[in-house]
Ligand binder design. Sequence first.
Ligand SMILES: C[S@@+](CC[C@H](N)C(=O)[O-])C[C@H]1O[C@@H](n2cnc3c(N)ncnc32)[C@H](O)[C@@H]1O
Length: 279
Amino acid sequence: MSDAAERHRRQVESWNGPMGQQWAQNEARTERGLMPLTEALLAAAAAQPGERVLDIGCGCGGYTLALGRAVGATGRVTGADVSTAVLEVAEATKADNTGYVLADASTHDFAGTAADLLTSRFGVMFFGDPDAAFANLHRALKPSGRLVFACWRAVADNPWARIPQQAIFSVIDRPPPPHPEEPGPFAFGDEARIRRILAAGGFKDPAITPFDFEMLFPADPAAAAAAISTGPIGGRLLRDKPDEVRAAAVAAIAAAVTPCVSNGFTRLGASVWIVIARA
Ligand SMILES: C[S@@+](CC[C@H](N)C(=O)[O-])C[C@H]1O[C@@H](n2cnc3c(N)ncnc32)[C@H](O)[C@@H]1O
């Protein structure tokens, strides 16, 4: 198995294991936290009544349902995800014009999909071979179709990730830096890399725009830290640690986020790229 294939296999395994379970458990909190971004992404996607839409890495379906409201009764939104845990949540809340498919989007045969819009909220950064995966996604679009997705910028630009990560590294050893092509939430932080992947996939005229917002956590830093410790950063770094290490990390996160409390919330900055391209 090539290194890229092995990196991909680890991602699929993780989304069908602890990552997927954690994402499913935190669904309501995640949806609330991402609301400003969801609105901006929906505006960029500009889904129209009657359109066919494919939502890649749809997770528990919150964004899929919002797209369904935009395309109306004559449109159709299909969410594709590789994780059974998140699709169970999505299936339980699906609407008449939304449906889901359990699929690895990097290789799934999308021939015949003829989507007007291929979109994703944080679901396209987990492919071991992103060039090949985006070439595969390209086949799902009509010739007149468009691609619109959101991905995180670098950790350094995301205090919601950077601050807890630094706090956790005061308690546990910092793991070695990831391989430059390692898939993961921050794999698309580098704008030049996104442009390379889009070009390799056959997408044209990319527009890559930064969008900043605040992630809101409970005003009590201890409660905020408890939530953060099971989120994308804390979950990954602390999942296998003994209780006393996790408790020390939660205390360190609480101390680190205390200066970020104002007006009823712990407010941590978030920054993403909103990417638009043509088929
Ligand atoms: C960070 S979550 C985002 C979920 C959802 N889009 C949201 O915003 O709530 C990433 C999602 O991508 C899915 N995913 C990862 N690799 C995938 C692949 N190769 N094919 C399809 N989905 C994948 C995961 O299972 C997960 O549900």
